[in-house]
Design a protein around this ligand. Structure first.
Ligand code: ATP
Length: 361
């Protein structure tokens, strides 16, 4: 019987394949917690575009409250192309959660799993194991909804970089690199910016350097965003942790997901000082929803990240061990070469992939 601390997990499956990949993942979390000195208690909450269509609310206040009170949030996907707010914008409660819970660090790991097809032919691409840390509260996105259009002749959006925003994201990146270094990674943070052109970016770099000085055990590097775009194709295996402004992070995290096989393989965390939300990088995928074809790997790896984050916060090492067991089980499935998701041109669906992971746990 489980004993020790119970961690409350608010589960927000959302729309489309969000439900399918979450259904596939929860039993794996339960299995990973079996016999462990902690337990996980899941509660599922409504929200998303279809819920909006049915009720007029995309993120019910009760769902938000449950997410706020929980120890961690596991999120599927929300949004549906044809369902929009009256002003034409998409239903994206994940953005509201990001703002309301101050989830300032967008954490996007990209690790090449053994046996998976990769777009780069160079054998060193197998060694790609990096994390993009995207600042999620300011940067160019500070202008979201506030851009100016002047006389239909000129439009302006403003980049906002604050000392507080940059310090906390850089601190986050160095702590992450330190944690990864204990697991054999090089212990390196690359500041990705455009400090040669923009004052805002020069300030980002200056504050980054101040934070770097407090972490002498971690190597601090700089790379301009354009050079980073080049290097992510030329030698992505050289990167460990990259930290960057919101818009740059938005772009390069899609690029890094592609490096390791695509959206169905890319997990993510949106993390603040008080809350953490974990979700696959992909959306609700209406084109394949309800067909059992979604690859649940990104969600399963997001769940493993969630356990690792809970371990760091609570000091309960067994949580990190459970997260590592899930990752190893996923690796073993792909390394065996017996599983090929639809995404990679195979015929293994959500349930088959999840069952294969379960049998390795
Ligand atoms: P959003 O804007 O909500 O992130 P999107 O419009 O970028 O979503 P997705 O829903 O992520 O799009 O889907 C993009 C493409 O990738 C679709 O063709 C979809 O079928 C495919 N896809 C996304 N996730 C998966 C998955 N887990 N398994 C298989 N294919 C997927």
């Amino acid at each position: 019987m489980a004993h020790g601390r119970t961690f409350e997990i608010a589960v927000l499956p959302g729309d489309g394949i969000g439900n399918e990949v979450i259904d596939a993942t929860l039993p794996l979390l339960e299995r990973a917690a079996q016999g462990a000195p902690f337990s996980l208690r899941f509660s599922s909450h409504p929200g998303g575009a279809l819920h909006y269509k049915a009720t007029g609310q995309a993120l019910p206040e009760a769902t938000f409250e449950a997410a706020r009170r929980a120890d961690a949030i596991l999120f599927g996907a929300m949004g549906w192309p044809e369902i929009r707010y009256p002003d034409g914008t998409e239903i994206a409660p994940q953005l509201d959660l990001r703002v309301r819970l101050d989830l300032y660090a967008g954490v996007r790991p990209a690790r090449a799993l053994p046996g998976t097809p990769l777009p780069l032919a160079d054998p060193r691409a197998r060694n790609v194991d990096l994390v993009v840390v995207r600042e999620s509260t300011e940067g160019l996105f500070a202008s979201r909804g506030r851009g100016e259009l002047i006389d239909d002749a000129e439009a302006r959006d403003t980049m906002v970089i604050t000392r507080r925003g940059t310090e906390r994201i850089a601190e986050f990146a160095f702590r992450l690199a330190t944690r990864r270094k204990r697991r054999g990674r090089p212990g390196r943070v690359t500041c990705v910016d455009k400090a040669n052109v923009f004052r805002s970016m020069a300030f980002f770099r200056k504050v980054f350097d101040e934070v770097a000085a407090r972490h002498p055990d971690i190597e601090a590097r700089h790379n301009y965003i354009d050079a980073t775009a080049l290097d992510l194709v030329r030698k992505p295996w050289d990167f460990d942790v990259l930290v960057t402004e919101n818009m740059f992070g938005d772009i390069i995290s899609d690029q890094t997901a592609a490096l390791v096989g695509g959206m169905g393989m890319a997990p993510s965390g949106d993390i603040g000082d008080a809350h953490g939300l974990f979700q696959p990088c992909h959306g609700s995928a209406p084109d394949i929803a309800g067909q059992g074809k979604a690859n649940p790997t990104a969600t399963i790896l997001s769940a493993a990240m969630m356990l690792d984050w809970l371990a760091e916060r609570s000091g309960e090492d067994a949580l990190a061990a459970a997260g590592a067991r899930i990752e190893r089980a996923v690796d073993a499935v792909f390394a065996s070469g017996r599983i090929r998701p639809f995404e990679f041109g195979g015929s293994d669906g959500t349930k088959t992939i999840a069952a294969a992971v379960a049998s390795n746990l």
